[in-house]
Design a protein around this ligand. Structure first.
Ligand SMILES: [Zn+2]
Ligand SMILES: [Zn+2]
Length: 241
């Protein structure tokens, strides 16, 4: 996959899971992360995560004898075995634990996934430290995610040296959650070859602005795909003439 030819000579998006070349306007803006990746982060945190958390909470409620107190469920008994991943994901994380240091490593060694809050807090904390911004009032997973997904924040974050690492880590988080809930955004095939690798594996996904190729992981806007289709048609015409 690393040997796949690229038609783009300039720098690539900083995310290891994105192979998109940075466009001129993205480079001019000082972005290290491509605009589709910025939209993707917002989609994960703002559109998809609320649904995923609802499913996680629902599965806990079914399996525990909980007492509901105004929307918050107090768990009195351990959940049934087999779902420790759900408990881990929804588990609390402390602001002070969130330094990216060996103490964090100890968390990673525990069984099962890190809490959602435990993945998000280090990024929130890094950004509040760098920008001197106030952190979100609550450290619940969705409050943290909404704080991170604000357009102005993501726009700024895309120009920071850690932008690629943040995108990769959030991608891993959403993949982990999907594996536990088995809830994945609906995907539909697009009947057009990928402009980069020519495979017929373009798909559009719920909530996402961009179409992506499941073979080479390139991402395209609707306009880019329309342009590619016109170029293909024009070259076919030229070949026939
Ligand atoms: Zn990207
Ligand atoms: Zn492709």
């Amino acid at each position: 996959m690393a040997t796949a030819p690229t038609t783009h000579d300039g720098p690539l998006c900083a995310a290891t899971t994105c192979h998109r070349g940075l466009r001129a306007h993205e480079l001019d803006a000082g972005q290290l992360l491509c605009t589709p990746c910025i939209h993707l982060i917002a989609t994960w945190l703002h559109a998809e995560l609320p649904r995923q958390i609802t499913v996680l909470e629902g599965s806990l409620q079914r399996e525990t004898t909980g007492v509901s107190t105004g929307g918050r469920t107090v768990h009195r008994t351990a959940p049934l075995p087999g779902r420790p991943d759900v408990l881990n994901l929804l588990g609390p994380a402390a602001w002070s634990d969130a330094v990216r240091d060996p103490y964090g490593q100890a968390h990673a060694d525990q069984h099962g996934p890190l809490p959602i809050a435990g993945v998000l807090i280090p990024w929130v904390r890094l950004i509040t430290d760098e920008r001197r911004w106030n952190p979100p009032a609550a450290l619940a997973p969705q409050a943290l995610a909404d704080w991170l997904a604000r357009p102005a924040l993501l726009d700024w974050a895309s120009r920071r040296p850690w932008a690629g690492a943040m995108r990769d880590e959030l991608h891993e988080l959403i993949r982990t959650i999907r594996a536990v809930t088995r809830l994945r955004p609906q995907r539909r095939p697009i009947p057009q070859p990928c402009p980069r690798c020519d495979s017929l594996t373009l798909v559009e996904t719920d909530h996402q602005l961009y179409v992506d190729c499941t073979t080479c992981e390139s991402m395209y806007t609707r306009e880019e795909l329309a342009l590619a289709a016109r170029i293909t048609a024009a070259s076919l015409d030229a070949g026939a003439a």
